[in-house]
Design a protein around this ligand. Structure first.
Ligand SMILES: C[S@@+](CC[C@H](N)C(=O)[O-])C[C@H]1O[C@@H](n2cnc3c(N)ncnc32)[C@H](O)[C@@H]1O
Length: 213
């Protein structure tokens, strides 16, 4: 496993329980997040539905929300501790340990992939490998949802959710991600950039929905 995956896994293993508690009911107060997830669900369903995976699902709160909206969804995460929390909280859903790129999902299997703030720990030059892997596991016409913080900084995080950790988080450009998705043969169908609305957000937030060509 490459260094950045190892440090990211260790960081999320360390914070898993506290991260999960803090964010458990967060969606209830996030109008835009729920709007994006609702629109995404409608797009997947209108295209005929099918299996969806949340890659980098953490404690599974987004997976559960999308399940409640009607998607046939499971979760995958790098952090075994995060997967353990997700399995405990949402035992009716499937969660697996896995990493992007190199996902253990067969070619063309999915109608959708959700990467909700999970590409943010990947060095920018490695993102094309992840988008190629998403393209591989999705059926033609499938929908990809990517959420991330907007910017061009790399932040080294040494303390989070009450714990000392060490990992990097990359803010990203919606324009650059759109370009990289295009190179991976996705067409971006929607871009929402919203202003930071809460105390712990300090930058704009971006939500891109793209269709596999
Ligand atoms: C900020 S959390 C978001 C979790 C969840 N999507 C949510 O919104 O609550 C990022 C998650 O992505 C996972 N992650 C980061 N890089 C990953 C990778 N390369 N493959 C799989 N999971 C990854 C982390 O372990 C962590 O659980």
């Amino acid at each position: 496993m490459t260094d950045y995956l190892q440090t990211t896994r260790t960081a999320y293993d360390t914070v898993a329980a506290d991260y999960a508690e803090l964010l458990r009911d967060h969606l209830a107060g996030s109008t835009w997040d729920r709007a994006v997830l609702g629109a995404y669900t409608e797009l997947v369903q209108a295209a005929g539905g099918g299996r969806v995976a949340e890659i980098g699902c953490g404690p599974g709160r987004i997976t559960e929300h999308l399940h409640r909206l009607g998607l046939d969804i499971h979760g995958v995460d790098l952090s075994p501790e995060m997967v353990a929390v997700a399995r405990k909280w949402y035992p009716h859903l499937d969660f697996h340990v896995g990493e992007m790129p190199g996902l253990s999902i067969e070619d063309g299997a999915l109608a959708g992939v959700v990467a909700w703030y999970s590409i943010i720990h990947t060095p920018r030059e490695r993102l094309p490998e992840i988008f190629a892997d998403f393209h591989r596991i999705m059926a033609p016409g499938g929908h990809l949802l990517v959420a991330f913080q907007v910017g061009d900084e790399v932040r080294h995080i040494e303390h989070a959710y009450g714990h000392d950790i060490s990992c990097d988080a990359y803010r990203l450009s919606p324009e650059k991600i759109t370009e990289q998705l295009g190179e991976a043969k996705f067409s971006v169908v929607s871009t929402l950039v919203r202003e930071p609305s809460e105390e712990f957000e300090s930058t704009q937030q971006a939500y891109l929905i793209a269709r596999k060509q």
